[in-house]
Design a protein around this ligand. Structure first.
Ligand SMILES: NC(=O)c1ccc[n+]([C@@H]2O[C@H](COP(=O)([O-])OP(=O)(O)OC[C@H]3O[C@@H](n4cnc5c(N)ncnc54)[C@H](OP(=O)(O)O)[C@@H]3O)[C@@H](O)[C@H]2O)c1
Length: 324
């Protein structure tokens, strides 16, 4: 495993296991298999709805002798908890579910504040304010990002989280946070794959000493089951990716993931298949040439699969652009 050194000096494993869409009934076992395969970094979130099951898996691996200090556990603050008074209770719920007393990294999941939903009413609250309403929608709240960020800074000061970061921010929002932050974000997590290279955002982060983690590093793969991508959108079926894979005797997925880490970003591919779990971490014994990197860079077509402007109206009856 290789590591990214953050602006706090902490070391983030370059490959982690993403937990989004892992079914509850296999989450604990998937975590145990992942740790056995060498994973030490898990990417969780309140919104994934499987933190309690992830906690059982973590409990098991810690009981088997893995040291807490050798694991990197990330989770994310959900959109309904952006008000200062809700940030700490949200983190405490995540810690309770994960059976941990601190997180390595706590992200703000989206630069979107949704109206608060009480923990006892629904957890995780997801996107809709009232799923039982005649016409369920999202309900926005007016919370400055700085208010949320300052409440997250307090979690670091209290020792409940070691690093704080943000997801789904662009350069303008990052600049705004940097202008006021007492604790700078150490990681930005964004969608990154050969169809969405985000060159300028990566360059900005490098200049500002903010590490980047790429989510959905396999591109369309995650979005087929959600009907947010079509067969022709698959990055790993690109002929050039297949050619490079053949040349290295690797799978197309490994080539795409290797391209990710070779750009200097960490990645959090999700798999609940034991064979693919092992495949997705076996990335450190081969290297793509400059020409191969350029060939893959040239696939960039600014195709974003995870965009609230697209999924908001279709899935939640709410138009919610954040990138435009
Ligand atoms: N911050 C955010 O807003 C945000 C948004 C999205 C995702 N994320 C994080 O990023 C993680 C990864 O993103 P993702 O889950 O969207 O996408 P992904 O990891 O790029 O793709 C996952 C999909 O690819 C399949 N897959 C995995 N390895 C494969 C391989 N070697 N060959 C072929 N198919 C393979 C998986 O199926 P199997 O399980 O059957 O292998 C699954 O359907 C998430 O789990 C989550 O932790 C964060």
């Amino acid at each position: 495993m290789e590591y990214q050194t953050l602006n706090t000096g902490h070391k983030l494993p370059m490959v982690g296991l993403g937990l989004w869409k892992i079914e509850k009934n296999i989450t604990a076992q998937t975590i145990v298999s992942a740790v056995e395969s060498g994973y030490r970094h898990l990417d969780s979130a309140c919104d994934y709805g499987n933190e309690e099951e992830a906690g059982k898996g973590l409990h098991e691996v810690l009981n088997q002798g893995i040291l807490r200090k050798d694991l990197w556990i990330t989770s994310k603050l959900w959109n309904t908890y952006h008000r200062a008074e809700h940030v700490r209770p949200a983190l405490l719920r995540t810690l309770r579910d994960l059976q941990l007393d601190y997180l390595d990294l706590y992200h703000m999941h989206f630069p979107i504040a949704l109206k608060y939903v009480d923990f006892d009413l629904r957890y995780p609250p997801e996107w809709l304010y009232d799923p039982k309403a005649d016409q369920p929608r999202m309900e926005l709240d007016s919370v400055p990002l700085l208010e949320t960020w300052q409440a997250m800074e307090a979690l670091v000061e209290e020792g409940l989280v070691r690093d704080i970061g943000i997801c789904n921010f662009g350069t303008a929002l990052l600049r705004d946070i940097l202008a006021s932050a007492k604790i700078r974000p150490s990681v930005l997590q964004i969608e990154l794959h050969p169809y969405l290279c985000q060159k300028n955002l990566l360059r900005f982060c490098m200049e500002e000493d903010i590490a980047v983690t790429g989510f959905s590093p396999l591109g369309a793969q995650s979005y087929f089951q959600l009907n947010m991508a079509e067969a022709g959108d698959s990055v790993i079926e690109q002929p050039s990716i297949h050619d490079i894979a053949k040349a290295h005797n690797r799978t197309p997925a490994q080539v795409v993931l290797r391209w990710g880490i070779q750009r200097g970003v960490s990645i959090v591919p999700k798999s609940s298949n034991p064979k693919r779990l092992r495949e997705n971490i076996a990335l450190f014994d081969f290297k793509l040439s400059d020409t191969e990197m350029k060939t893959i860079n040239a696939l960039d077509c600014h195709r974003r699969f995870n965009d609230p402007a697209d999924f908001g109206p279709a899935a939640f009856n709410t138009f919610l652009p954040i990138y435009d």
